[in-house]
Design a protein. Structure first.
Length: 381
């Protein structure tokens, strides 16, 4: 870009460029690098620029059972543009890592030894966060959430430690009345905080890794031990990453007594519940979308009725479900496919892996984490 162009005009041009170009343009000159890596520029670029949407697929291969990561551009070219990703060392060092959620272009992973990694796939950058575990002897359960504040674009991790209802037969009655401990890590502050008044009720039991983040609000599947009456009955517990307040969503009986998966749908992001019969060997899946407002009404979108064993995995931004189906030619193997609800056609994506190991998450290209040091490990409080 010509030196005769005023810098403010250069800035207006640069901030409209895609993430891949900006990463390359850091090396053009020191002034551009300083601009592109500044926190203000990263936030403006995130909120003002149209970003490409992608789908990240994680699965274990059929040879050494190692995790592979592949992404697709989720547009009219899908699934032609497929990219294999080299995983950062932070992630390779995690023990049995689980993906908590994807928000604003970042993925949050959590391991058994209470290590977290925030990963921006687009810029190939990851940072590590450590939180010391509570020695629990099997008494306590942990629920993890992740999201980005809508106002500050600040990534947050929330950790809830609570008395696990399955352990209460082995603990004294007063132990079961201990209030949950809530800790929140905020990337900008680089600390864990635990002073919260608006805590989940003591009778709430979480299903730790069955959550989704939608518009900066994380939702967990949960149940209330007081109102269950010996029956399976789901509810939702939410945590708003902006206000840092918890909430509850009571589900209609038609949903509360079903098996449920949480997901998000569409570019504008809506919470979706995928319901199935817990006792059906080869169930169909009813897809329900949660509406806005205080009532949190639910609208049934369609029923997914594949002809073979199926595991629901997520959605394209167009609304088409992504499913895992058996690979007919190899035992104990699955493949990923897209299901068209109207025609009921199933199109394979050509990825074969160990059965039951596929995860699918959507993300968009952003510069978040670009202004952070390469190595960051934060201990707990």
């Amino acid at each position: 870009m010509s030196d005769n162009i005023p810098f403010d005009i250069q800035t207006e041009i640069i901030k409209r460029l895609p993430v891949k170009s900006l990463i390359q343009f850091q090396s053009v000159c020191k002034t551009w690098k300083t601009l592109i890596t500044s926190s203000d520029f990263i936030k403006r670029h995130h909120t003002q620029v149209q970003h490409h949407h992608h789908l990240l697929v994680r699965y274990k291969d059929t040879i050494d059972y190692e995790h592979n990561y592949i992404s697709f551009v989720d547009d009219h070219t899908f699934p032609q543009h497929k990219v294999s990703h080299t995983v950062p060392d932070f992630i390779n060092n995690l023990i049995n890592p689980k993906i908590i959620a994807s928000s604003h272009g970042l993925l949050c992973l959590h391991s058994n030894n209470d290590q977290f990694v925030l990963w921006n796939v687009s810029i190939r950058k990851a940072i590590a966060v450590v939180n010391p575990s509570i020695g629990n002897d099997g008494i306590y359960g942990t629920a993890i959430g992740f999201g980005v504040c809508r106002e500050t674009i600040d990534p947050k991790i929330v950790k809830i430690t609570y008395v696990d209802q399955r352990s209460e037969i082995r603990v004294e009655s007063e132990t079961s009345c201990i209030a949950p401990r809530v800790e929140v890590f905020t990337l900008s502050a680089k600390v864990w905080r635990s002073s919260y008044v608006n805590l989940p009720r003591k009778s709430i039991h979480f299903y730790p890794f069955k959550g989704a983040v939608v518009n900066g609000i994380f939702y967990w599947l949960a149940n209330d031990r007081i109102t269950m009456d010996g029956e399976h009955k789901f509810m939702l517990v939410s945590f708003d990453m902006t206000s840092e307040e918890f909430g509850e969503v009571i589900l209609p009986d038609s949903l509360a007594r079903m098996g449920l998966c949480l997901s998000k749908l569409g570019v504008r992001e809506s919470l979706v519940l995928v319901a199935f019969d817990l006792h059906d060997i080869n169930p169909s899946f009813d897809v329900w979308m949660m509406g806005d407002g205080v009532s949190k009404s639910f609208t049934k979108l369609f029923t997914l009725t594949p002809e073979e064993d199926t595991i629901f995995k997520g959605f394209r931004k167009s609304g088409e479900p992504i499913i895992e189906i058996p690979e007919q030619e190899e035992g104990d193997c699955g493949q990923l496919a897209v299901y068209e609800p109207c025609s009921k056609l199933i199109d394979s994506l050509g990825i074969v892996g160990k059965w039951g190991t596929f995860d699918v998450y959507d993300y968009k290209e952003t510069l978040l984490l670009l202004d952070q040091p390469n190595v960051m490990v934060y201990n707990g409080i």
